[in-house]
Design a binder for this molecule. Structure first.
Ligand code: NAD
Length: 497
């Protein structure tokens, strides 16, 4: 059986770690590989490699850094089908979805190629007589990224292209459930000309993460994952003096107003609810139907669900794949059970569904609940599976108030044809990323991605200009060139003349 090892100093590590984890094929339920789980000493090795590389990488010119990223961009484009196949094999998402993930990661690499422009400082001439002030942005040192299972290629790409473009070196700790895409991309970066040690990959669990959180040479941590872990990472990392951005979980709502185009709203809800089997941090899991919108929308959802093709990624016609692990499948199934027990109406029941020949795969068919209320567990918790719920409210104001009361605030959407209603929504809704007739409003690479409240701990969002700010620090220089006229001791506080 294959063992997936770490990537340190520009090459895979040959020896075996003491501890290992299973990597499953979610479509068959079989263990297909083992992944090394790093010890603190192995994490130290990766950090030492990154620290050594930083001493030279920080001085590499912007032109050269940018050219390496351009070359990497070309290689990712050329090998995107291969990267996507790693995602399908270990995560389970179907090929069209996996390719979409790679293309959204690629956009961040393209953004990072523009680093010479993004790192430009400011200059003020003659702030006082013959005194100039200017600012520059410098790298932080070794930075670490800790990423979730659901976007094994894209989420790391939200981080390392910008971090290394800024002159940092990087240690990536990807999800131990689907580690291969990171290894493949590390190879591509090496082939693009990235010097050894600038990007290292260590696989592991809490042991590896905790070592990164306390390591004195790690200057900053980017984290993406569930809310409890995000909060832990933020609190522990900042306590150890690190800069931290920690993106957490979500419960994304989509309001449907009675004037909306119901066909459009139904298509959007199905795509955003069941795409990637609901394992997206921007998935829509709650439909908030105002007035009679629910009566008109639910039958259209039912009709579409009955036609959805669930199957393994090897079946070209499959639109939705399995869940990532048996443990996760059981957890999502238990949420469906709890919705039934707490009195919601189960309109579509995907429990027990298996595609032919995949009896042991981690499949769950699409589930749809109607008449869900805010007291129910399925309303409150992030389920992270193919479970879409409908709740009904009497007024638009009640819909906004309901969403603003929630603890999560990652993404949100509204479907309406009323410009005034949409404008009120974008102004009053307390959520970080807002879609107007767009169900999954993931910002482009040249904006930044981030939720509010329990969906993000820290000040700066990820990628885009916030990413450049996160991975660099400003230095302000005040300069005057010697001139005999400035001679003479003066103990007064400097004033501008
Ligand atoms: P997770 O929080 O379980 O794991 C994320 C990372 O943290 C992994 O690398 C994992 O190894 C590590 N980790 C797990 N438990 C840990 C612990 N006790 N101590 C230290 N490290 C630990 O998340 P997941 O299940 O891999 O991913 C799904 C979650 O991620 C969902 O909640 C989803 O909403 C969220 N997510 C959020 C965003 C966003 O942008 N806000 C994007 C993608 C996923």
């Amino acid at each position: 059986m294959d063992t997936i090892s770490h990537w340190i100093d520009g090459a895979p590590v040959a020896r075996r770690s003491e501890r290992h984890g299973d990597v499953f094929d979610p479509a068959t339920g079989k263990v297909q590989a083992q992944v090394s789980l790093a010890s603190p000493a192995e994490v130290d090795e990766a950090v030492a490699s990154a620290d050594k590389a930083f001493q030279t990488w920080r001085h590499v010119s912007l032109a050269k850094r940018s050219r390496i990223l351009f070359a990497f961009r070309e290689l990712v484009e050329k090998h995107k089908v291969e990267i996507a196949s790693h995602l399908t094999k270990e995560h389970g998402k179907v090929p069209s979805d996996a390719l979409g993930e790679v293309s959204r990661g690629l956009e961040v690499i393209e953004f990072a190629c523009g680093i010479p422009h993004l790192l430009k400082g400011e200059f003020s001439e003659n702030v006082s007589t013959e005194v100039d002030v200017y600012s520059i942005r410098q790298p932080l040192g070794v930075v670490a990224g800790i990423t979730p299972f659901n976007f094994p290629a894209m989420v790391p790409m939200w981080m390392y292209p910008i971090a290394i473009a800024c002159g940092n070196t990087f240690v990536l700790k990807p999800s131990e459930r689907d580690p291969s895409a990171s290894m493949f991309c590390a190879q591509l970066l090496r082939d693009a000309g990235l010097p050894e040690g600038v990007l290292n990959v260590v696989h592991g669990d809490k042991v590896a993460v905790d070592r990164l959180l306390e390591h004195p040479k790690v200057a900053a941590i980017s984290f993406v994952g569930s809310t409890p872990i995000a909060q832990y990472i933020y609190e522990t990392g900042t306590r150890h003096g690190k800069r931290v951005q920690a993106l957490g979980g979500a419960k994304n709502h989509m309001i449907v107003l009675p004037d909306a185009d119901m066909e459009l709203a139904a298509d959007a809800a199905i795509g955003a609810g069941y795409g990637s089997a609901g394992e997206r941090c921007m998935a829509i899991s709650m439909l908030v139907c105002v007035g009679d919108a629910g009566d008109r929308l639910v039958p259209k959802l039912q009709e579409r669900i009955s036609k959805l093709k669930v199957g393994p990624g090897t079946d070209a016609s499959a639109e939705m794949g399995p869940l990532v692990t048996k443990v996760h499948l059981d957890k999502v199934t238990s949420y469906v059970d709890s919705g039934v027990a707490q009195g919601a109406t189960l309109v579509a029941d995907g429990r027990g569904f298996r595609p032919p020949g995949h009896a042991d795969g981690f499949f769950l068919g699409p589930c749809l609940f109607d008449h869900v209320t805010p007291e129910m567990t399925i309303y409150k918790d992030e389920i992270f599976g193919p479970v879409l719920s409908v709740t009904r409210v009497a007024s638009y104001d009640a819909a906004i108030e309901l969403i603003n009361r929630g603890p999560y605030a990652n993404g949100v959407a509204i479907f309406t044809n009323d410009g005034g209603a949409a404008r009120k929504f974008q102004s009053e809704i307390e959520v970080g990323m807002v879609g107007i007739n767009v169900p999954i409003p993931v910002p482009m690479a040249y904006y930044s991605f981030g939720g509010w409240k329990a969906s993000l701990f820290g000040d700066l969002h990820i990628y885009g200009e916030d990413g450049v700010r996160f991975y660099s620090r400003a230095k302000v220089i005040t300069s005057r060139w010697p001139d005999p006229r400035h001679r003479g001791v003066d103990l007064g506080f400097p004033q501008n003349k």
